[in-house]
Design a protein around this ligand. Structure first.
Ligand SMILES: Cc1ncc(COP(=O)(O)O)c(C=O)c1O
Length: 439
């Protein structure tokens, strides 16, 4: 294989059949589409290249900087492509959560601008979100940036409708699989592939996977955020199912240990989600069927992610006092308090109010007298045991009341007698017209 440019090596990734002795499906051939073998390491190489290729000459003439709202694979691919064409790249994000990727972006020469924001990805409906304001600024006529706009750019979806989807069909001898399973980030890959597969066979079942509520699987959205993406159309999916970070790591472990596929957590999530969906159907089948899932990227960037969640896999002591170990009944038993009751409780009992949001969100507006301990830091603090006296009542607040409920359940398990979670979080507090202060 001889190429004139590394970008010619994007796409045409292998479709590999997994050993039934490993996955256990008797009537379904399960295939992995190895997007991790793209030259810059992920499924996003296709979208990044397709979004910029036509605009590169003009961008170079005008000396524009390529800009994208991404803290992960899209940024990585764009940084490489920008360097390849003598351009600069700037990644704008509200939360760089995977340190290895941040380091890699810096190594690639990218500029990183970390902005305050309420969600991991852009929420176009929230005009107060700084990321939204930034997005509006970039798309203003006369802006000197080349904004690739992955959450809204049809060229993102097109990259997969022109490449990933047809490649799967070609490798299955001109047929669509019976099931297609993919994690949903911008929704570009799942939407583009699903569109092509349905042209070949309208009966193909499309399973979209998202991260479980209040959980984090890098690169994909969670159940609450998925509807906020411009490219997302619920009609693309026959079902949208959540996968936890633990399940993603379990799937990843099987792929790396038993299948020879060095997948990252979303590849693991897709494998786990595919098997969970297919196992009950497999038992009923009388003829052979085919399923394909996407392996988006590689494991190496996520060792820190694994170390934080499953340190025992890296020979370290297991995590103590983790929300990941809470049972459903422990979570349900957490004490939740609404804004009106919380205001009364604060006035009478003076609980320690801990705001688990980002420092930016806290600085913008918070409950008077509250202290800000961002959730990741709070998580670390709790590993060492209760960080405050049992005599001190505690009110936990987060954006929408989900994370705080988990930590309330954990503190209760750790023996704290009076910890409560603010129902609906700071958003419900604000919507109820309760007072907030600004630094
Ligand atoms: C690791 C990883 N997996 C999956 C996805 C989802 O792909 P898409 O944006 O096409 O929905 C992404 C997107 O950023 C990703 O970075």
């Amino acid at each position: 294989m001889r190429y004139n440019s590394i970008t010619e090596a994007i796409g045409n990734t292998p479709l590999v059949r997994l050993d039934p002795a490993v996955h256990g499906l008797r009537n379904i051939d399960l295939y992995a589409k190895l997007e991790l073998l793209n030259p810059f390491g992920s499924v996003k190489d296709r979208a990044a290249w397709n979004m910029v290729r036509a605009g590169l000459p003009g961008a170079r003439e005008r000396g524009e900087t390529i800009v994208e709202l991404s803290s992960g694979n899209t940024a990585k691919a764009l940084a490489v492509i920008a360097g390849l064409h003598g351009l600069t790249f700037k990644s704008v994000t509200n939360r760089m959560r995977v340190p290895e990727i941040k380091d890699l972006l810096l190594l690639l020469g990218a500029e990183i601008e970390e902005l305050p924001g309420q969600t991991e990805c852009l929420d176009p409906t929230d005009t107060e979100d700084p990321l939204t304001r930034f997005h509006q600024e970039l798309t203003r006529p006369g802006a000197t940036h080349f904004h690739t706009d992955q959450y809204f750019n049809a060229l993102n979806t097109e990259a997969h409708a022109a490449g990933t989807g047809p490649e799967i069909v070609a490798d299955l001898d001109g047929r669509a699989p019976d099931w297609f399973v993919a994690c949903v980030g911008t929704a570009g890959s799942s939407t583009g592939v699903a569109r092509v597969l349905r042209e070949y066979d309208p009966a193909v079942r499309v399973v979209g996977l998202v991260a479980q509520k209040s959980d984090f699987v890098p690169g994909i959205r969670n159940v609450d955020e998925v509807h906020e993406v411009g490219l997302f159309d619920p009609a693309t999916y026959d079902t949208i199912e959540p996968v936890s970070s633990d399940e993603a790591i379990d799937g990843m472990l099987t792929l790396v240990r038993r299948c020879g596929i060095l997948a990252g957590p979303t590849g693991g999530a897709a494998y786990f989600g595919a098997l969970r969906h297919l196992r009950p159907l497999d038992a009923e089948l009388t003829e052979r069927r085919t399923a394909v899932f996407i392996v988006c990227d590689r494991v190496e960037s996520y060792l820190g992610y694994v170390r934080q969640r499953r340190p025992e896999l890296l020979g370290l002591p297991p995590v103590k006092n983790s929300v990941a170990t809470l049972t459903d009944s422990e979570i349900r038993a957490a004490t939740v308090i609404d804004t009106a009751d919380a205001q009364k409780w604060i006035a009478v009992q003076r609980p320690l109010v801990i705001d688990l949001r980002s420092p930016f969100a806290y600085a913008a507006l918070h409950i008077a007298g509250s202290v800000n301990i961002v959730d990741e830091l709070f998580d670390e603090l709790l590993r060492g045991g209760l960080p405050f006296s049992k005599r001190q009542p505690v009110l936990l607040a987060c954006p929408v009341g989900e994370k705080s409920a988990l930590y309330a359940a954990l503190l209760t398990r750790m023996g704290h007698p009076d910890v409560r979670s603010l129902a609906g979080g700071i958003i419900a507090w604000r919507d109820a017209g309760a007072p907030l202060v600004r630094d």
